[in-house]
Structures are given as C-alpha cells and as structure tokens.
Design a protein around this ligand. Structure first.
Ligand code: F6R
Length: 234
C-alpha cells in the first residue's frame, strides 16, 4: 500500500521523514538507504541538527558517478559527507566507488546490500519517475548496474563542470529489485516538476516505463509530498 502524506513545504517534509526514521530506529532499524539530490537536503538538515546518534547505524547510498573519486566535489560521496556524514557519522557509510571497475563494483555493492538489508530506504523521484539512476525502461528485476546517463541528464549536469567532457557519462546505481528489497520505503517529492511523475507512480499502471510505479507492489511505502507535487492526484 502507498501511504500518502501531504506537507506544507520541504522543511515540514524533512521533519516528517525524520520522524518516520526515528520511529523505525526505535523498532530496531539499523540500515538506512540514502539518496542525494535536492530533495533529501531538508531531511539531512533535521538529522544533523538533532541529537540523535547514528554511530551504530549503517547507510547505503543509491548511486555514484563513474570516474569520480569521493574527493571530487561533484561526487555523490562528497555530497553525503558535506550534507550528513561529516556532522553525523554512521558506523559504515556505503556509496558505490566511482573509480572501481564496473563488474567488480556492482557485484561488491550487491554483496553489501545482501549482508546489510535496508530497513528504511529514502528515495527522491525524477520528473520522468526515475528512482536512483533507473531511467524509464530499466528492468524491474535489475540489481546494481552501470547506467549510461541520458543526453538530457548530461546536458543538465554540464553547468556544474568546467568542460563538457568532464561531465560523467555513466553512473553505478542500485537496481529496481535492490530498492524493492528494502523493508520500508519513503519516497519524497517536492514541486510541480514532480506532479506528472507522482500521478503516474500512484495512479498509473505498473510499468517499466514509469520506474517508481513498481512501488505499488511494495507493502510498506510512504510518499511524502508537497501540494505542488500532489496537484494532479485525483
Ligand atoms: C539521487 C537519485 C535521484 C534523485 C532524483 C531527484 O541519489 O537517486 O534519483 O533522487 O533525480 O533529484 P532531486 O531531488 O534533485 O529533484
């Protein structure tokens, strides 16, 4: 079932998501699946401002650019350090290694997920309903894999880099099946740009063309959104 919570703004959404995480931690959640991007920033603010201790917990991030080291300011590892881990270290903080060979790294990451099943997975959603780097058409049975970024994603990212050829062409991403294995999933969406994706995810049919629609088949999903993201819902 998809449990829907509509919040006033991103700050309220971050507070709500953190409440759910704390409830989970009281019931012994030990492994958090984490995302990057703009959406979870208000949640990470709540986490860093709190007095909650995560040093007993494990985090597993969804994805990383291929070819970037964790010191690269564009890497997702760097983003996580800046927004969460520097202030609130976990016992183990996994992000795919963008410098490692694809076959080895994807297998290694799947082993990490298998050894540390995710209790609560935080997700953002793309305007095309992608989750992680799983773009429309990604098989629902996918595990960690190497993804070729779409032209539009590369173009959108160009502004963050000095030269167009510096923009990563590939990423490592947890697959749809890896994400669905989480015991609980919290999907967060803010803004009008997410309204179509949210409608298709919640009210549309379950199809690989709408990656997040698979969440209809998960038994414990909470979707936190603001009114703009909810505006097309019936
Ligand atoms: C990031 C990730 C992506 C983002 C999505 C939304 O780790 O997996 O799927 O969650 O692209 O991005 P924002 O939050 O920037 O709108």
């Amino acid at each position: 079932t998809l449990d829907i919570i509509i919040v006033k703004d991103q700050e309220a959404g971050g507070k709500k998501a953190f409440e759910l995480i704390k409830e989970g931690m009281e019931k012994d959640a030990k492994v958090l699946g984490l995302a990057t991007g703009s959406t979870p920033i208000s949640l990470y603010k709540e986490m860093t401002a709190s007095d909650v201790d995560f040093s007993d917990m494990i985090s597993i991030n969804l994805d990383e650019y291929v070819g970037l080291s964790g010191e690269d300011t564009q890497s997702y590892r760097y983003f996580m350090n800046e927004n969460l881990f520097n202030q609130k270290p976990f016992k183990e903080m996994y992000v795919p290694n963008g410098l490692a060979d694809a076959e080895t790294e994807c297998k290694h990451y799947d082993d990490i997920i298998a050894a540390n099943p995710v209790d609560i997975q935080i997700l953002g959603i793309g305007g095309n309903a992608h989750i992680g780097f799983n773009e429309p058409g990604t098989p629902f049975d996918s595990t960690t894999h190497k993804v070729a970024l779409t032209e539009s994603t590369i173009e959108a990212n160009t502004r963050f880099f000095d030269k167009a050829e510096d923009v990563p062409r590939f990423a490592y991403s947890m697959g749809i099946a890896s994400i669905m294995a989480a015991k609980k999933i919290i999907l967060i969406a803010y803004g009008e740009g997410k309204a179509e994706a949210i409608k298709a995810t919640i009210e549309g049919k379950v199809t690989e063309e709408v990656p997040a629609s698979i969440l209809q088949n998960h038994k414990n999903v909470v979707i936190i959104m603001d009114e703009s993201a909810a505006k097309l819902l019936q």
